[in-house]
Design a protein around this ligand. Sequence first.
Ligand SMILES: [Zn+2]
Length: 452
Amino acid sequence: MHFRNIVASGVLFRGTGGGRRSDMERALLTIAELTKAVEANWDRQVDWLKTLTSFPSERGHEAPCQDWLAREFAGRGWQVDRYRLSDVSMDNLPGFSPVMDTDYSQAIQVVAAVRAPEQKGRSLILQGHVDVVPRGPEEMWTDPPYKPTLHGNKLFARGACDMKSGVSAMVFAMDALRSAGLLPASDVYVQTVTEEECTGNGALSTLARGYLADACLIPEPTGQDILRATIGVMWFRLKIRGRPVHVSRSEEGTNAILSAYHLISALQRFTKDLNERVKSHPWFSKLNAPVKFNPGKIRGGDWASSTPAWCEVDCRIAVLPGMTLADFRKELTQVVTTAARQDSFLANNPPEIEWNGFQADDYVLEPGSDFEATMRAAHQALTGREPGEAILPAVTDCRFYGRYYGIPSLCYGPKGAESHGFDEFVDLDSVKQTTIAIADCIQRWCGVRKAD
Ligand SMILES: [Zn+2]
């Protein structure tokens, strides 16, 4: 038996010492013991991940996946709260993103509480999202996206990387402790949410519903780096009108699709300007051109021989870090208005902008928190190295906990590739490593008690 002494935030975990040891002072498991416990459940974890990635949990279709998870959690003896986003009032909370065409009565969220009778350590939220982005044309995948397939030590499936493997890591980290006869010595909330890929309202709903803790870990696929910062993101829909005429007289009308391209060009120039301005930011200046703009979805027109009378473009743009969302919306609106004025029809029929989806602030995990120190120590104990630091030109759910609720929140998760692309995969070795590191982080943060 090996013992470790760690001191964090006034909580002493002591493995040795005279007299009768309390549960709180019970020795933490060594990395070798944690590894053994994770190894013992490993085949089951891979099968579990395969089942999880076989659910096509694209937006609006997450319920069967969430129902399966709720049953899995209940089967572990955890206390499950399964609810709908439409059950939660949150549209006046900071971080809420407006939604127009999604039915929240079908958006199921799951929070499983693993409560300790007495709070002897610090409480923890383990959170993962189970919504995945659309698969695109299936014939472009080597294997069907919802038929998880192993090639060597890589598991291929939509969601394998982003982020169902991370969900398996947090659940089986808890299982590993349980297999070793231990439970966390303070409350742990295991949460699976939706809407991460479009609004973040799933994460926000858990907070609105009252699930707070001393820290939050989200195992997004960081390649076992610790996430330092994420940029803000905004979604909007451009609605553009045209004047339809027979194409033989096209010069007498206007073409809403070509007008959309005109506005897109203006937004591309705006993006270039934003990437110049971001160069003075302490964290995001470390990235090359972190402000990305993407016209991601376009539809318009009614007839090949008529100039289009309408066009709609769904766009995503990164928010300049440090800027408020309201100021950014104002500046972006000005860019669109100025571009529209250059066209006589658009000048009199100005395009509309609908803010539909992500209205997400940037987030920085300031160095020096106890929780980061705990995760770093777990990674270090496992690998012998300090973890790297990730700065993302994208969002995660961390912002809700860290920015609006003062709960230190970080991402640390497995390594994979092709998130949002074809042939998405995760490296299973890194999933195992992540599972061990998270189990260690849980015991260091929460302390442990003997399971009944
Ligand atoms: Zn993700």
